[in-house]
Structure formats: C-alpha cells, structure tokens
Design a protein around this ligand. Structure first.
Ligand SMILES: NC(=O)c1ccc[n+]([C@@H]2O[C@H](COP(=O)([O-])OP(=O)(O)OC[C@H]3O[C@@H](n4cnc5c(N)ncnc54)[C@H](OP(=O)(O)O)[C@@H]3O)[C@@H](O)[C@H]2O)c1
Length: 247
C-alpha cells in the first residue's frame, strides 16, 4: 500500500496539501463529505463511506474540519477506521497554543491530538499558527459594527500554502509524533495587521482597541499564539492581501 488520503481535500489547507503530494508524484485520494471535485465521498461524522475511502491507503493526512464539536467525532471515526484498515501513518494539523489558550475550540483541538496519539496508528502532529486568511477574516467578519474591535494580541500568521508543503513533506516521511510548531515569518500586533488590512480592503472604519482582564487576554498578550525560535515560510500578510484585494 502506498496511497495517500487527504481528508478535507477541497479545503483551504487540504487542496494545496493534496496538490503538493501529487506534484511530488504520489498517488493521492481526497476525502470530503460532499464528494466534490473528484474526492471520495465519506462522512467522517457518521462514518459512512470511510472504510471504502481507506482501501489501499497507507498514509492519511487529516485536514477535514466542520469548525466545531463534530471535529472530535470526525477524529474518533477516522482514527478507528485507520487502525482497522492498517494505515501506517496518520498526519494531523493542529494549532499553536491549543494547550495554553483557554478557548473551548482549542480544548477540542488538544483532545483531537490525544485521540490521534492514542489511536494505535503511528502519527505525526504539526501545530501551525493562524493562516493569513483567518486574520483577515477576523476583521472582515465585523461587517455590521461601526468600529473594528481588535485587542492588543500578537499573532504570527502563516500562508496555508506553505503549511501545506510542510505537511506533504511530513506525510512522505516516517511518523515523528509531535514535531516543532511552525509560525509565519513575522510576529505582529493585531492592530498593525488591521492597519494593513484596512489599507488593502479600503475599509474606512476606525479601530477600537480593547483590553479585558482574564485568562484569555493574558494568554494571547503573553504570546501563547506565537512560536519561539526560527520563523517558518516567506509569505507575509501583505502578500496575502495583495492577492486577495489586488495591488
Ligand atoms: N484556519 C487557520 O488559521 C488554521 C490554522 C492552523 C490549523 N488549522 C487547521 O487546519 C485544518 C483545515 O482547515 P481549513 O481552513 O483548510 O478547513 P476548510 O477550508 O473549512 O475545509 C474543510 C474541509 O473538510 C471537509 N469536511 C467537512 N466536514 C466533513 C465531514 N463530515 N466529513 C468529511 N469531510 C468533511 C470539507 O469538505 P465538505 O464540506 O465537502 O465535506 C472541506 O474539504 C483544520 O483542522 C484547522 O483547525 C487552521
């Protein structure tokens, strides 16, 4: 068995990961619940179609998400099915700071890491920082308010396409357990990222800086979303903005 299965292969991260593996000459099958774009249709929440999608697969890169609690069920379903079918390597992407930032979404991501580590399938877990698109989305989502709220948090956004290349490299290698975290080339204040987004998007609303007591603010202000050591990747936030909004 030499095949690769990328779950969430039509997603922001899944698409370039599958492409990077194919560009390297590997046999790749995508998996989504919709079966769009030639992917195998399998629902990781119900388990329907998952065993069939795993036939002939040695390495699974798990990137599917429903962005919520169902992700736990999806990880359990996949881990059990991968074990049953004799998968030799399960690669998972996770998020920098899931063990330090008190968000329930992050608690679930940490639990998913544990599910994969305890699955009985040799695994590799790569945590990455926020994608550029997610940071831009934080501002863009605040469409109906007169000012954009942004706390004094520091982020180190990274290009999803560059994370994808790293995941493809990990997938073809041996299982390594948790590997060192990766974060983009720059650590920046959210207010500074907002200024760049505002220039690129043409949004005219002012920034409303906020600061609140509590563990969540303390964690972000203390750098829990940042990676110490060597930065990863070359693409900075402005590169993303140029592509998204034009020059
Ligand atoms: N965004 C960030 O800043 C960031 C940073 C670090 C790590 N990550 C992690 O990266 C991963 C991928 O995120 P993304 O932004 O690429 O996600 P995305 O663009 O929302 O894509 C989600 C993918 O999952 C599939 N999917 C959803 N429900 C499914 C189900 N029940 N069964 C099978 N497939 C299903 C979707 O296809 P269908 O809808 O057709 O099923 C789609 O292909 C996530 O684990 C996320 O936590 C994200």
């Amino acid at each position: 068995m030499t095949g690769y299965l990328v779950t969430g292969a039509t997603g922001q991260l899944g698409r370039p990961t599958a492409a990077a593996l194919r560009a390297d000459g590997h046999d790749v099958r995508g998996l989504t619940s919709s079966g769009r774009e030639g992917t195998a249709a399998a629902d990781l929440v119900t388990g329907e179609g998952v065993d069939t999608a795993l036939e002939g697969i040695d390495t699974v890169v798990h990137l599917a998400t429903a962005n919520g609690r169902r992700d736990l069920e999806m990880a359990r379903t996949l881990a059990r099915a991968a074990r049953r079918s004799g998968v030799g390597h399960l690669v998972l992407v996770s998020i920098v700071g899931v063990d330090r930032i008190p968000l329930s979404f992050y608690r679930d991501r940490l639990r998913i890491e544990e599910i994969v580590a305890g699955s009985g399938v040799p695994s590799t877990v790569q945590r990455a920082t926020q994608f550029h698109s997610l940071v831009a989305g934080l501002f863009a989502a605040q469409r109906f308010v007169p000012a954009v709220v942004a706390p004094a948090w520091r982020f180190q956004p990274v290009a999803a396409e560059e994370v994808a290349v790293r995941l493809a490299e990990l997938a073809v290698g041996e299982p390594r357990g948790r590997v060192p975290d990766i974060g983009g080339p720059e650590q920046r204040d959210l207010r500074d990222l907002h200024a760049a987004w505002k220039r690129a998007s043409g949004d005219r609303r002012p920034l409303l800086p906020v600061r609140l007591p509590g563990k969540l603010f303390a964690a972000y202000e203390g750098g829990a979303a940042l990676v110490r050591g060597e930065p990863f990747g070359r693409r900075v936030f402005e590169d993303y903005l140029r592509e998204r909004y034009g020059a």
